[in-house]
Design a binder for this molecule. Structure first.
Ligand code: MG
Length: 385
């Protein structure tokens, strides 16, 4: 019998983390949990560690360490605190696949540590590639690490490319649901609250990415993510709004042929494929019923009402540390929007200022990336308060 794949989940208590554990729960014969980590959700982390008998548990917020240690150490679980521990542990011999499900820039260091150790990283944390795509992909190449996309669009492109042979890609078509404000007038969107933005029509996701979906910054970041994952030019990546979210993305070839990947919108599908690649496993999702579906619709994205999409294209065309600056500003802006401190279009304004004000570095080192992140976050924060 083949050995089980041993999984480390960075960010096990978030939306992707819990859905990853749900896939693992369905296949105890294929997967086992070696490590789980959370930023500060100590209760859920402890429950997960008990259910899946995780060997290592990391709580990033050191203030919550004692509570987790008290609950788990008596049973022999190794409990650690802080992101540095996480960076050390992801390289362990006993880890086969690292699921990168942390939110935002915070996932960059552990992801790099995993790739440096030559691990397969199932990457859901797109901000890592947005902020430092050149460094992350170079690290993977140099150390034999592999990035398996978990973002549904990129998993779709990856699956389409398996059918492409050696043929060059002409274009990829990234589908976008359009989010909860797709049909709203600009004036109404301007007054939209975070509670309204959190009502995503199709996908069940965490708060940060759901707001990013409402602004379409998420799609912009996915353009950047696609550039790095599949070595494409920005002009080869086209966004098309597809409200049903049934086509998860498409690849077009020189002869005009287009290969698409379809499925019901459920993150467990791309997660399962990344964990079990190249095999496929059941994940407990609904299956498509084409007759019931009737039709699929498409429209062009509107960058007047959703300026963040255009900002992301501008950032990736400028290159260097510009996408890192946009990401940093966006993280601060989304956190403020979630607390009702700023309005919807302030998110784009803050991103625009970040792009205009960043000290541009054409070929940033990792230190430059951390510096840009810090600097831009501070400037964005100053704009809000
Ligand atoms: Mg996506």
């Amino acid at each position: 019998m083949k050995r089980k794949r041993r999984i480390a989940i960075l960010g096990s208590t978030g939306s992707i983390g819990t859905q990853t554990l749900d896939v693992i729960r369905q296949h105890p014969d294929l997967f086992e949990v070696e490590l789980i980590s959370a930023r500060r959700s100590a209760d859920l982390l402890v429950r997960q560690a008990l259910e899946f008998d995780a060997a290592h548990v990391v709580i990033c917020d050191e203030a919550r360490y004692q509570e987790v240690a008290d609950a788990l150490q008596p049973r022999g679980t190794k409990v650690w605190a802080g992101v540095d521990s996480l960076c050390d542990l992801v390289g362990m011999e006993s880890v086969d696949i690292v699921v990168g499900a942390m939110v935002g820039f915070s996932g960059l260091r552990p992801t790099l540590a995993a790739l440096r150790a030559g691990k397969a990283v199932a990457l859901a944390n797109k901000e890592t590639l947005v902020a430092a795509g050149a460094i992350v992909t170079r690290t993977a190449r140099e150390h034999g690490g592999v990035i398996l996309p978990v973002d549904s669009e990129h998993s779709a492109i990856f699956q389409c490319l398996l059918a492409a042979g050696d043929n060059p890609v002409e274009k990829v078509h990234l589908t976008a649901s359009g989010g909860p404000f797709r049909t709203w007038e600009r004036l109404r969107i301007a007054g939209a609250t975070a509670a309204q933005a959190l009502r995503h029509p199709n996908w069940d996701m965490g708060a940060k990415v759901t707001i990013d979906s409402a602004t379409m910054m998420n799609k912009g970041f996915e353009v950047i993510e696609a550039k790095w994952l599949f070595d494409l030019e920005p002009d080869q990546i086209q966004v098309v709004v597809h409200p049903e979210s049934v086509i998860h993305s498409m690849v077009e070839f020189t002869d005009g042929a287009v290969i698409a990947q379809l499925g019901c919108p459920d993150m467990r599908e791309p997660i399962g494929f990344a964990l079990s690649f190249p095999q496929r496993v059941t994940v407990g999702n609904k299956k498509l019923d084409f007759a019931a579906l009737g039709s699929l619709t498409f429209e062009a994205p509107d960058t007047e009402r959703f300026p963040c999409l255009a900002l992301a294209y501008e950032a990736i065309r400028r290159g260097g540390n510009a996408p890192c600056a946009l990401n940093a500003a966006n993280e601060v802006a989304v956190a403020a929007y979630l607390k009702d401190l700023i309005s919807f279009y302030d998110i784009a304004k803050i991103g625009e200022r970040a792009l205009a004000g960043v000290n541009f570095v054409a070929d940033p080192s990792l230190e430059d990336i951390f510096e840009t992140n810090r600097e831009t976050a501070a400037i964005a924060d100053g704009y809000i308060h």
